[in-house]
Write a protein that binds this ligand. Structure first.
Ligand code: URA
Length: 234
């Protein structure tokens, strides 16, 4: 691809500013100054802009702390989506990996990597997902056992074994951690409904090897770090 496009795709500057910067010797290709914005380069070339190496990342990966009130979709006619939080020029092709309900907060992976999404969401893969929930009842040993055994949800669906741990008892109800290995629609809410409780607050804190970053406020996001990409097998 053209050198100016390579740098513009990596959000170094606008294409027209980059053309000027390249002509003024701001860019090197494999250690040599390159003044032609149309020079053909590829991901294997070493490109530096003002001395800083610019790697070509065709795939984008963001870790978001989803706030309440947004839908986990790429677009919606009536409601704001999680993608609307991202800068306009980065949104193309990005989508959330799996869905959190509008009133659920926490870890959401956003990417344009369809293969990774497939790997994480494939029903047979059973990627662990950990949630913290506030529920409006008292958690008893029989509930922990029923979750561990696999809750009978209805005549066609017995949930996979899930790990339920009581974290604290509050005035509003019980705070629990729950680890599930599938991701059906409203799964956590439906599981508590089966034992006669309502989920009042729900936050996802882990998905596979990824953990919610405590430095991210609700509505904030950052790129995945090298070690997180490695843990995802990328
Ligand atoms: N289970 C739910 O009920 N809601 C979510 O958002 C995620 C899991």
């Amino acid at each position: 691809m053209r050198l100016d496009k390579y740098l513009a795709d990596m959000k170094v500057d606008t294409r027209s500013n980059l053309k000027k910067a390249i002509r003024k010797s701001a860019v090197t290709v494999n250690g040599e100054i390159e003044r032609d914005p149309g020079r053909h380069v590829s991901e294997t070339d070493l490109i530096c802009y003002e001395g800083r190496q610019i790697r070509y990342e065709a795939m984008q990966y963001y870790l978001m702390n989803k706030p309440k009130g947004l839908v986990s979709a790429t677009e919606d006619r009536h409601q704001k989506t999680v993608i609307d939080l991202l800068p306009e020029d980065s949104r193309k092709d990005l989508f959330p990996v799996g869905r959190l309900d509008k009133d659920t907060t926490g870890l959401l992976l956003i990417t344009n990597d369809g293969d990774l999404a497939h790997r994480l969401l494939q029903p047979g893969k059973h990627v662990d997902k950990t949630y913290i929930a506030l529920v409006d009842g008292k958690i008893l040993d029989k509930h922990v056992k029923a979750f561990a055994k696999g809750l009978v949800m209805d005549e066609d669906w017995t949930a996979l074994p899930a790990k339920l741990t009581l974290l604290s008892e509050e005035a509003e109800g019980s705070v629990v951690e729950i680890v599930i290995r599938e991701g059906k629609f409203h799964q956590i809410k439906r599981m508590f409904e089966v034992i006669g409780m309502e989920v009042l607050e729900l936050t996802r804190v882990k998905m596979g090897p990824l953990e919610l970053d405590p430095d991210l406020e609700e509505g904030e996001y950052r790129k995945l770090r090298e070690e997180e990409l490695r843990e995802l097998g990328l």
